[in-house]
Design a binder for this molecule. Structure first.
Ligand SMILES: Cc1cc2nc3c(=O)[nH]c(=O)nc-3n(C[C@H](O)[C@H](O)[C@H](O)COP(=O)(O)O)c2cc1C
Length: 306
């Protein structure tokens, strides 16, 4: 009796084989421990941690989240335990994971990024780093590191010099042409790009006559941003040779397939985890079913249709 071989979901990024293309996005899965018991950790291909900065950060004053049509706005303010406590308390958690961990690195100065990136060199539990370049750059009047291709290129090359591990740059969609920042990151030595971070958004309380989030604006995520993320992934994957990790509003297998067909080598899920912590399992099942129906044997067969 013969049976059809299961579709091959493995992907290769920066020299490493991942068991499947689905990662959990930075800031939506903590450091892994928060979801223990809620998610089948074996279904996750890679974990992208909450941003780590050199010093602990309490984050912005609440409320820091607001629901919007088909999405949400967050202004968490990079709340995290800081580098020292990350090394002491979070690394053992990452060590116990059944998938590779990527540490999301943030800061207000180039030195902040370098401090965290250098510290990761000796941590075996950390496979690679992902630069969050949506942070305001204090040396450049608060403009985000990721909006000016020259500033992004110089940050990425500075980090590249101290980082021998895989280096992923997470692109901001809040730019005129995302292909320009993608090319700048590639030229500076990035091994892969995550595409996209959140879009700037605001929700106003019409009775208080104030923004719902005291800080004013926040980052819009969820299904509302998916068409923006898919278009950005398509554009970026045609502009660079390095792999693109697509994300933004993925909550089903169909959503993930849109990104993969548009050129993503792998994907991440974020906001969906708040309402469906075990979404990765169903998404992978749906991808497998689609591949079987379409006669696609390897996930890489999805590239190059348009
Ligand atoms: C509550 C929250 C916290 C986030 N924190 C981070 C972060 O620390 N670093 C980062 O690079 N992105 C962060 N993000 C952005 C997500 O990783 C992701 O790029 C974005 O939400 C789009 O994907 P989604 O629509 O699937 O959530 C955060 C998003 C949310 C909703």
């Amino acid at each position: 009796m013969t049976s059809e071989a299961a579709p091959d979901l493995t992907v290769r990024i920066a020299g490493r084989q991942f068991k499947n293309p689905l990662g959990v996005a930075s800031g939506t899965f903590g450091f892994g421990e928060e979801y223990a018991g809620l998610t089948d950790m074996n279904s996750i291909g890679a974990l992208f941690t909450k941003a780590v900065t050199p010093e602990p950060r309490a984050g912005n004053v609440p409320p820091r989240l607001a629901e919007t049509p088909a999405g949400m706005i967050n202004a968490i303010g990079l709340a995290n335990p800081g580098l020292k406590m990350f090394l002491r308390e979070k690394v053992p958690v990452l060590q116990s994971l059944p998938c590779p961990a990527v540490v999301n690195v943030a800061g207000s100065t180039v030195e902040d990024y370098l401090l965290v990136a250098e510290a990761m060199e000796d941590v075996d539990a950390v496979w690679g780093i992902e630069l969050n370049v949506s942070c305001p750059n204090v040396d450049h009047g608060g403009m985000a590191f990721g909006t000016d291709p020259k500033v992004l290129e110089s940050l990425t090359s500075a980090v590249r010099k101290v980082c021998s591990k895989p280096l992923i740059v997470k692109l901001s969609p809040n730019v005129t042409d995302i292909a320009d920042t993608a090319r700048a990151a590639e030229a500076a030595g990035a091994d892969a790009l995550s595409c996209i971070n959140t879009l700037t958004g605001m929700k106003v309380d019409i009775r208080n006559k104030r923004p719902v989030i005291p800080r004013g604006t926040g980052g819009l995520s969820g299904p509302a941003i998916r068409p923006v993320g898919v278009a950005a992934t398509w554009k970026v994957s045609h502009a660079v040779k390095i792999p693109v990790i697509g994300l933004g509003g993925i909550s089903s297998a169909e959503d993930a397939l849109e990104y993969l067909l548009a050129g993503a080598s792998s994907i991440q899920v974020g906001t969906v985890l708040f309402s469906e912590p075990d979404a990765p399992r169903g998404i992978l099942k749906g991808i497998r079913e689609y591949m079987a129906e379409e006669g696609l044997k390897k996930i890489t067969d999805m590239h190059g249709f348009f």
